[in-house]
Design a protein around this ligand. Structure first.
Ligand SMILES: NC(=O)c1ccc[n+]([C@@H]2O[C@H](COP(=O)([O-])OP(=O)(O)OC[C@H]3O[C@@H](n4cnc5c(N)ncnc54)[C@H](OP(=O)(O)O)[C@@H]3O)[C@@H](O)[C@H]2O)c1
Length: 301
């Protein structure tokens, strides 16, 4: 089996490579089908996915059975000021990969986000709910989803949320850094979602990719919390008093950070399609966080 991973230096890209190299995830062993996989892992310096000619040239040189697109412009606040650049990566870049996959018969696993929803109404969103993004990031990711589905029949669009991995920047590491340097932090308590381990997501992506059940999937760790509750769980596991995390509202945060993107109030996702197909093995978010905190010293970078 020949596999391409784009954005391989990102959080998800690293976990996909870790699982393929070791044969196992924290949830359990990955499918045997990957045992002898031939893996090409590239990031922007090797393959800029916004460059259609470069994408086509790679697919002409090498044949792939499955492509995992981990490349994205993920700076949610940065997207507000640089929506064109974000669109180039999140929509046009994804479309370039989808066209190349369709032309060569490869399957495409493309990753998207809970921020395609406005989250105005309480409750979990399923794959059947209509997206209505309120941020530039969400708009560019939704455009990417639609471009991928239009260009490639053999595509999986997998929405995840609040992602953290061992390698790269994320909310968990930011909370630990602030707890260490400031000893106190203030975090929004009125936005609810699903913290998700990149190790768990990578495991499910490898399983989804072996099926022919194409379409949209939600894939997050199970259970819902606020950013503040997530922050308290993180600092508590690192040995701090959880009360060093003070609560604030989205309104208060926006007043202090006028350039920040608007974020959904309720962006929790239900893994409905996953449950109907290969089964939802995603762990509860606090159990996945336990593993992450236990392993971070050894695996973090
Ligand atoms: N992080 C989250 O909380 C979150 C939540 C929901 C969904 N997602 C989605 O999950 C997926 C994986 O996210 P992640 O957190 O692993 O992302 P990440 O850590 O930001 O990694 C993305 C990678 O893509 C690379 N990249 C950027 N522009 C590129 C280009 N034009 N061509 C090729 N590579 C390019 C980045 O390189 P540079 O770093 O050099 O730019 C980086 O190595 C993305 O689709 C993201 O939208 C993430």
């Amino acid at each position: 089996m020949r596999i391409l991973i784009t954005g391989c230096n990102g959080q998800l890209g690293h976990e996909l490579q870790r699982l393929l190299a070791s044969g196992t995830a924290e949830i359990g062993p990955i499918p045997e089908a990957y045992a002898d996989a031939d893996i090409t892992a590239v990031d922007v310096a090797d393959l800029d996915i916004t460059d259609a000619a470069a994408v086509d040239a790679l697919f002409a040189r090498e044949a792939f059975d499955i492509v995992f697109n981990g490349a994205a412009y993920t700076n949610v606040d940065g997207c507000e000021a640089h929506e064109d650049l974000a669109y180039a990566v999140n929509a046009t870049g994804a479309e370039n990969l989808a066209r190349a996959c369709a032309a060569t018969g490869a399957k495409l696993v493309h990753v998207s986000t809970d921020y395609v929803f406005s989250g105005a109404e309480p409750g979990e969103r399923t794959e059947l709910d209509e997206p209505d993004p309120i941020s530039a990031y969400g708009r560019t990711k939704l455009a990417g989803e639609r471009a991928v589905r239009a260009a490639c029949d053999r595509s999986f669009v997998v929405r995840t949320a609040w992602l953290y991995g061992y390698v790269g920047k994320n909310f968990v590491k930011t909370m630990l850094r602030l707890a260490d340097s400031l000893g106190a932090l203030t975090v929004v308590d009125d936005q609810l979602g699903n913290p998700t381990s990149a190790n768990d997501l990578a495991y499910e992506l490898l399983k989804i990719a072996l099926t022919d059940d194409y379409g949209i999937y939600h894939c997050t760790n199970n259970g819902i919390c606020s950013w503040a509750a997530f922050a308290r769980a993180i600092v508590e596991r690192a040995g701090y008093d959880p009360d060093i995390v003070s609560l604030c509202t989205s309104e208060e945060y926006a007043a202090a950070h006028p350039d920040a993107a608007r974020r959904p109030a309720y962006s929790a996702l239900a893994n409905a399609h996953l449950a109907q197909t290969i089964g939802d093995e995603m762990r509860p978010w606090d159990v996945a966080l336990d593993s992450f905190m236990a392993n971070l010293g050894k695996l973090g970078a």
